[in-house]
Design a protein around this ligand. Structure first.
Ligand SMILES: [Zn+2]
Length: 97
């Protein structure tokens, strides 16, 4: 089965990776109202189901890990798109750094 290419600007991190592998699920870092923008701008990561929404420390259940990922996402977006903090806020509503 061919791997579906999915645009991702994120570096790998402590509990996520930046490419789809069997058994992983895609997570949009700025989910909610900015979900489609996250996909379009490559602000997605791949997580185990445990770290996505199944476990107590998953990004959808544990705000601390959600924020770790959002901070990394903001940094990656500002680096990749050469945005300053205000430009990031204009796109995603708030500053996580
Ligand atoms: Zn998710």
């Amino acid at each position: 089965m061919a791997r579906k290419l999915e645009f991702c600007i994120m570096p790998p991190g402590e509990f996520w990776t930046n490419e789809r592998r069997p058994g992983l699920v895609r997570h949009e870092i700025f989910f909610g109202p900015f979900r489609q923008k996250s996909i379009r701008l490559g602000l997605v990561v791949f997580l185990t189901p445990e770290m996505h929404n199944m476990g107590n420390f998953s990004v959808h259940n544990f705000r601390g890990n959600d924020l770790i990922l959002k901070r990394a996402g903001q940094q990656a977006a500002m680096d990749y798109y050469r945005w300053n903090t205000q430009q990031f806020i204009n796109e995603f509503g708030k500053n996580y750094l």
